[in-house]
Write a protein of this length. Structure first.
Ligand code: CA
Length: 145
């Protein structure tokens, strides 16, 4: 697999962006998706680098969540900033990853991404509810490496 188009059609991509918009409509948190073929860095390290490159460490409440997927490597990472990481149950990210991986194994990348976005969104809504004056701090578009 070598082209991101094999993963997500433009229509799928719009569905993922819509899932982010919906999730963010009830929280001050920010969710982003980054897709790339491969990384020479360990994937957690690379996800942290992307998190920084996308300025996700600059949200007011430190409540950004990045879903990073290196598709040729068959690896993905969900990375929450300190604010969200401090409050979710310790196994939350692993549970979320397991559910996403089930979809990915079936080749259904759209459903996997949306499942992750929805689960992260639910926790963000609980711990960082949307309040008057919240702004969309980070783009909802999918970022590509
Ligand atoms: Ca956003």
């Amino acid at each position: 697999m070598s082209d991101v188009r094999d993963l997500l059609s433009r229509e799928d991509e719009l569905d993922v962006i819509e899932a982010i918009r919906l999730a963010e409509s009830v929280t001050s948190g920010e969710i982003r998706v980054h897709l790339e073929r491969s990384s020479t860095l360990p994937h957690l390290e690379r996800a942290k680098e992307v998190f920084h490159l996308l300025k996700m460490d600059n949200t007011k409440l430190q409540n950004g969540v990045l879903i990073y997927l290196a598709y040729d490597d068959h690896q993905f990472v969900i990375l929450g900033d300190r604010g969200i990481d401090a409050v979710v149950e310790p196994d939350f990210w692993d549970t979320t990853k397991d559910l996403m991986a089930t979809h990915f194994r079936n080749g259904d990348f759209k459903s996997g991404l949306i499942a992750g976005i929805e689960l992260a969104g639910e926790r963000l809504r609980i711990y960082f509810p949307w309040t008057e004056g919240n702004t969309d701090e980070l783009s909802n578009e999918i970022s590509r490496g």
